[in-house]
Design a binder for this molecule. Sequence first.
Ligand code: ATP
Ligand code: MG
Ligand code: MG
Length: 556
Amino acid sequence: RAETPTNFIRQIIDRDLAEGKHDGKVVTRFPPEPNGYLHIGHAKSICLNFSIAESYGGVCHLRFDDTNPETESEEYVEAIQRDVAWLGWQWHGEVRYASDYFDLLHDCAVELVRLGLAYVDTQRPEEIARQRGDFTTPGQDSPFRERPVEESLALFARMRQGEFEEGEAVLRAKIDMRSPNMNMRDPILYRIRKKTHHQTGDKWCIYPMYDFTHPISDAVEGITHSLCTLEFEAHRPLYDWTLDKLEGFLASRDSIPARPRQYEFARLNLNYTVTSKRKLKQLVDEKYVSGWNDPRMPTISGLRRRGYTPAAIRRFCDMVGVARADSVVDMGMLESAVRDDLNATAPRAMCVLKPLKLVIENWPEGHVEMLSAPLHPQNEEMGSREVPMAREVLIDQADFQEQANKKFKRLVLGDEVRLRYGYVIRATEVIRDAAGEISEVRCTYDPETLGRNPEGRKVRGVIHWVSAEHSVPCEVRMYERLFTEASPDRMEEGVLSVVNPESLQVMSECRVEPALAGASPGSRFQFEREGYFCVDEDSEPERLVFNLTVGLRESF
Ligand code: ATP
Ligand code: MG
Ligand code: MG
């Protein structure tokens, strides 16, 4: 595996290790919330966390940040594990869950109350929100801020027993209602949710907030560098406050190898798509796409089904790099990463998307000749395949014109073209159906031209083809970008208003060379002159379905 380029986080780690911090160990974590499928933005975070662990001889944990039972599910838990593993990363030990620490988190909350650093607020949520103020106005203290410790302890116990309904009480940290940082204005630590949790069932009806859960989970796992996206920068003081106040308590419960530090990096934004689980879920729920793994989705599972390779996605993440400045990456960069990878690795094949029949009149009836074609033009080691040639062949409708000037490097009536890996043919006559459409083209072939140029003539070009009798029928799904606008997020009418109605075009009469019969879902090919394609999971033994992964050239 190529070494990942350095970045400001690696430089921080280099310095930490040089200063002898963390006993020379590096422990990172990837902490997804199981409320949707992972997308390309998550891939950046995954590659960052796992590649750092790998380069420094450390480990990376996979931890589900599962503190919100309403929106989370086991389906997402499973999909996320599949996607991380598919990208080629191995998390250290068992999968972890923030919910594994619910007992500890509860005890930490009780400890903060005991220390006089947290209190139960029994005001309505709207009232609490109103008192919080905003960036221009300082907050106001809750009337319950000075509630005696014993009273808060008793109320918190009753919250836990289910004696309050949702919204009737919360546990808040007592920090500073006048802080310029909104996150420090007595943030909520625990709230009531009477929901069954996918891991803990009905054991709990109070759930800890992310900002309280995260530092404690990091600390008990011995995370050294807790990497998150820039929007958490203003949460860092609360992260540190929580660990400062609980340091002694945590040390008495666990032996903590290192005090974790949070560092922030810029999210990945990609044009012509969205990287927000909420918006992607809306596309799924409202059936704009067939599911989370629709090949047009920027999800890891969608990209996988589209034919992307783990190597291409990792390479893309390296190209994007890690910085603190927000930017929008061009979709063309992701496409070129997979194109470069498949150009080197995908076996070649011929597939005719819109067939036009040619009858080669001087080819003997019933005669079949097996032609040999390399699987990769630049890599002999990949070997070759046999391509049958017979009297009737299919070419693409776009590769024939009755009349054309010299720029048309394909078949023209009265002129010659080479069938790739085969013979030079000449079109002699056009046959039409009752509606006047061309139904076939009569041709002749020159038997002296296999692997040899004809003498004294120049053919117009080389086109791909398949044998009519031997080729295999298939469906090809052609994709364009899912959105017609570069910044769907910025649309006033919402992202759904700019979904590209032509993002999927199904070609149902395609024919592929017989060597591909029985190809298994996920196999990738270059269809010569068309692009890179992969076998879709909807394929049946008698009818393959292919997805366009990416065209041969940048098309935008
Ligand atoms: P979304 O906004 O899509 O719901 P999220 O940040 O809420 O994303 P999480 O499941 O909490 O999703 O994310 C897990 C990790 O992935 C977090 O550390 C988060 O910062 C990171 N992450 C999420 N989206 C991106 C992105 N676009 N670029 C880089 N990292 C991301
Ligand atoms: Mg999150
Ligand atoms: Mg989110």
